[in-house]
Design a protein around this ligand. Structure first.
Ligand code: PGA
Length: 281
């Protein structure tokens, strides 16, 4: 990844790089995945983009999608992995296997993994450490559950998660990390998107926590993305907030045309407005 070039491009937009990711969850056959990746590649090669795009397909299509997107500016990520390099862990995928596919990003600790598969902060932490050992870029998902929100515990819960998942991460590897703030009550069919200023505040808190953890280094450049019911109608509004560095989209990005529309709406917003510079934490 050429971060210097990215910074230069984004200066034209008045802020650091904006990330936009599509998480496919348990969707898409090989044929569907290939068609999506080819269309996205063609679009980006023809029209260009200032956004830092990534897609996060299921394991079965990771290699094929990585091959199609190789040599483009679009990164590929996996949705989960085990922390061990190999061993008797039936059904699991190791960091070396993920690397084999060509994926660079590894999504860890998504709330669906926590809810349905019992993932805890300490498991996520082991995965984060393993990912960094293998040169993968962790996209760590954190976010409060509805009870925590209703009892006014959101900030405490999210900050505790951040602290837990970053435990023992060597400071010099912090620049490889991205955080996705995804409140559980905002995700999926039954979710409602969080309010942009609510998200902005939470992102600022996350940044402050990382600043404390890293003795003020790296927190400013930490990408903090928002995910949860992002769609074509709200994407650009989120991006107006100074502490939202990008968006991680599920349902509304499953069709490549919708993902491209979201991309265009963000680019349009960035080109017509002088977005406020990244706030100090
Ligand atoms: P959604 O999913 O956009 O479908 O709410 C977001 C996510 O789970 O990351």
């Amino acid at each position: 990844m050429n971060f210097e070039l990215e910074e230069m491009d984004m200066k034209k937009l008045g802020r650091r790089s904006i990330w936009l990711g599509s998480g496919w969850k348990m969707h898409k056959t090989l044929a569907e995945a290939i068609s999506y990746a080819k269309s996205l590649r063609m679009y980006v090669e023809t029209e260009g983009t200032n956004l830092h795009l990534f897609v996060v397909p299921p394991f079965t299509v990771l290699h094929a999608v990585s091959q199609i997107l190789k040599g483009t500016s679009i990164d590929v990520g996996a949705q989960n992995m085990h922390w061990e390099d190999s061993g008797p862990f039936t059904g699991e995928i190791s960091p070396t296997m993920i690397k084999d596919t060509g994926a660079l990003i590894i999504e860890l600790g998504h709330s669906e993994r926590r809810t349905w598969f019992g993932e805890t902060d300490s498991m996520v932490n082991m995965k984060v450490l393993a990912a960094l050992r293998h040169g993968l870029r962790p996209l760590i998902c954190v976010g409060e559950v509805v009870n925590e929100k209703e009892s006014g515990q959101s900030e405490r819960a999210v900050l505790q998660q951040v602290k837990n998942v970053l435990k023992n991460v060597p400071m010099h590897l912090l620049p490889s990390i991205m955080i996705a703030y995804e409140p559980m009550w905002a995700i999926g069919e039954s979710g409602t998107a969080a309010k942009p200023d609510y998200v902005n505040n939470m992102h600022q808190l996350i940044r402050t926590a990382v600043a404390e953890f890293s003795q003020d280094c790296y927190a400013k450049s930490l990408p903090v993305l928002y995910g949860g019911s992002v769609n074509i109608n709200n994407a650009a509004i989120f991006i107006e907030q100074p502490n939202i560095d990008g968006l991680f989209v599920g349902r509304a990005s499953l069709e490549v045309d919708s993902f491209i529309q979201i991309m265009r709406s963000i680019e349009h917003k960035a080109s017509i407005s002088t977005l406020s510079p990244q706030s100090d934490y």
